[in-house]
Design a protein around this ligand. Sequence first.
Ligand SMILES: Cc1cc2nc3c(=O)[nH]c(=O)nc-3n(C[C@H](O)[C@H](O)[C@H](O)COP(=O)(O)O)c2cc1C
Length: 306
Amino acid sequence: MNLTVKIGKMVMKNPVTTASGTFGYGQEYAEFVDLNCLGAVTVKGISREPRQGNTPPRIFETPCGMLNSIGLQNVGLEAFLKEKLPYLRGFDTNVIVNILGGTIKEYIELAEALDGRVDAIELNVSCPNVKKGGILFSSDEAIFRELIREVRKNVVNSTLIVKLSPSASSILSQARICEEEGADAISMINTIPAMAIDIESRRPRLSNIIGGLSGPAIRPIGVRMVWEVHKTVRIPIIGMGGIMTAGDALEYILAGATAVAIGTANFVDPTTTMKVLKGIEDYMRNHEIEDFSSLIGGLIWDREGR
Ligand SMILES: Cc1cc2nc3c(=O)[nH]c(=O)nc-3n(C[C@H](O)[C@H](O)[C@H](O)COP(=O)(O)O)c2cc1C
């Protein structure tokens, strides 16, 4: 069976990766998962300077999912390059580095420093723009376009992926902008802004009040968005949001995802990535499918939706 997929220049031996922020820098999971078996490891979002993140509580379990407001805690670019990347480079897998910044300049500096040293750079655009009163880069289409255009100029050797936010006013126009500005791929979806309240104390469950909802609760939204984006643009999509099993991953793939990322499920069962991969292989065997790519966007539908 051939499970190879291509995302920009990056060739993945299989379509399974991890979702940023849920798999540390790889090392934290190496006791449970043979990293050599993954198509890629996507690491926690990196900023130019180290970040402490928000004060606890930063995580709250909800029906079929969780809320998080980690606040993009990370070791920063320098420590990542010195301490984390060499470890990951010891494995036969691709390394995707998620980056975040408060200004376009910060994103450019990160992209410049990482280009050619990692297989792919994934832009987290769900970050506050400090020069525009803290509105998210994903909330203003002109800035969103400028961000991708400027970063693209500085990413010449690595693959450039843009991670879309489901709360953008139009995910389809953002997907079109990604394609027009030369991004190699789209990853989606990021978490959905949400909140929960402790009715006894009348206080929010998270210190940050609002957090991002992830897990199976958001999966049908992710699948729908991947399907719509797949019909709109030609660049490949890495699908994520609530994937717990191979069946869930296959929903994303049939909707149009070329690869899939496992996020919250890693907290429930740290071996989920391996199980999803095995389940995809079993499905291909059972359905006598030789080439994985024939499944991508393989949804059968007509106008009535049957
Ligand atoms: C604890 C936690 C931390 C996350 N950190 C990041 C991050 O640093 N950068 C990013 O782009 N997405 C981050 N995400 C979003 C995930 O990568 C993913 O898009 C989202 O959780 C949906 O997938 P899931 O339902 O499988 O978790 C984080 C999610 C969680 C739960």
